[in-house]
Ligand binder design. Sequence first.
Ligand code: CUA
Length: 313
Amino acid sequence: MDTTGTFFLPPPNSTIASDVDALFYFILYASIFFFIVVVFGSFWFAVKYRRRGKKEFTPDISHNTRLEIIWTVIPTILVFIVFLWGFNTYLKMNVVPKDAMNVKVTGQKWFWSFGYDNGITTTNELVVPVGKPVQLTMSSKDVIHSFFVPDFRMKMDVLPNRYTIAWFEATNQGTFDLFCTEYCGKGHSEMIGKVKVVSGREYDEWIASNANPGAGMAPEEFGAKLFKTKACITCHSNDGSKNTGPTFKGLFGRMERLQDGSNITADENYIRESILEPQAKVVMGFQPVMPTYQGLLKDEEIDAMIAYLKTLK
Ligand code: CUA
């Protein structure tokens, strides 16, 4: 993992990062250079041509063709350099290499989930092999989010009504921050995740071990793990404290008052329904903001969640 970031930029950890940085620094230093020329030039002329006595008058100069050509041609060349350089980099960022592996990315309030071709899904953690192009096919289940990994210089909006495509190739192993960078409501600042870049061998092992994630665990133990890895913890506490959603402490078997005024006992069926169809029966005093976990949790994972809830007395 390259950790040598600079004052301006985090460390470059993808194939595209050095291209982006080079253009950034070109624009930055060109701007600094002309800033100095303009500011110091202004001072210098102000002092040099200050009025010294009553008889001095500035000559009436209408124009200077040679100067005007120079200050038109130089900026035009600079703008063309920036445009061509930027366009070239933009194409590189947008044309996905043919040998890229594909990961489906779903943004929803307020977490990320990742779906792999072999059926593995993860939440807030994207695991990829180093040195391999990864195509992200992204969509949102609710509002606009934006997928941003500063170390990869990669940012793409995630929209509710169509797919957006982005790709990267990580050049170093390590764990990198993933942010949502489009304001998406109350939990926006918590919509964060990690991109774990591992060796090809570790990646294959990870794929193999995640094909059956609850293996060798008691259901309630597996449920406790899912509580964190599936991001329930973002909105539900397990210690009684208030959050976006009702606390899980003492939830199982509790009588809940619903928004329509009726009462319900939080049993297995209610919990299952609330996971798959969160808006069906919303507890009074809470907003109907929970996303559905349809397609994100398998049956045995829902069972494990219920087993875990039973332990939170
Ligand atoms: Cu999702 Cu901000």
